[in-house]
Unconditional design. Structure first.
Length: 259
């Protein structure tokens, strides 16, 4: 049994995924593929090894595109891996997944435990496509059992591309650094017009309210962002309202593009 867990989120027995390779116990490496890729090179050995890494990166994109190209309209759902099944946020995530499927969407998550598992569970039990995009981490996490279409990645940047490319919206529940990373990367891509705008919903006003106040009273007030940039975010406490906004705002944006 591995002791490499994420502060109370032991996914023991499900295994450590390294691309198509499954590792458990003492076979789990102490560093990730991303970490080794970004480490400073020593000597000239990197000249010979990095070109092969490029082929591996290319393969991840090909596998990801192939696995997700036919999922149809989808929404990416984010939130903490540490949320316990008896927490109200878990039930909220499960309902979001269920309602998205009922509205004709597939559900995409990071494939792990917590909020990701909840959204995948809601989607799968509603008879929809429940997608998990797993990532190699230095502790056992694994793909949750409610994923019915899963892809495991070595590289974060390849995985992040899939979250954006195949989603018509983001629904973001309470989470930590990983959730913040996906949220702010999406906002940056939309703000800089690197991607076509799509709805971004924050679920949980008590959790996100302080962040939004800071963005408004400090960041925007100092001119670091425009006040209108905050319009990219929609905050609600209701799963029903979150899904309704994704549908409503998605239609508005589609009409604006056609016009």
């Amino acid at each position: 049994m591995s002791e490499r867990t994420d502060e109370g989120v032991p996914e023991v027995g499900r295994g450590y995924r390294k691309g198509p390779l499954l590792l458990r116990g003492t076979q789990i490496p102490t560093s990730t593929t991303d970490q080794r890729l970004l480490a400073p090179g020593e000597g000239s050995e990197w000249v010979h090894s990095d070109p092969w890494r490029v082929m591996r990166i290319q393969a991840e994109f090909v596998e990801g595109f192939g696995a997700l190209a036919e999922v149809g309209p989808a929404v990416s759902v984010f939130g903490s891996a540490r949320t316990a099944p008896d927490h109200p946020d878990y039930a909220l995530g499960e309902l979001v997944g269920k309602l998205l499927v009922a509205s004709g969407y597939s559900v995409i998550t990071g494939g792990g435990p917590g909020i990701m598992e909840a959204a995948n569970k809601g989607a799968a039990e509603a008879g929809g496509t429940s997608v998990g995009l797993g990532i190699e981490l230095p502790f056992e996490q694994g793909m949750n059992e409610h994923v019915n279409r899963g892809v495991s990645f070595r590289y974060f940047f390849a995985r992040k591309t899939m979250f954006v490319k195949y989603a018509q919206g983001f629904v973001v529940l309470p989470g930590g650094f990983g959730t913040f990373d996906e949220l702010f990367e999406a906002l940056t891509l939309v703000q800089t017009h690197k991607v076509t705008e799509f709805p971004v919903v924050l679920v949980g006003s008590d959790y996100w309210g302080g962040l939004l106040d800071w963005l408004r009273t400090v960041v925007a007030a100092r001119g670091m962002i425009k006040e209108s940039d905050l319009d990219l975010l929609y905050v609600t406490d209701s799963a029903e309202d979150a899904v309704s906004h994704v549908i409503r705002r998605g239609r508005q944006l589609a009409a604006e593009r056609r016009a």
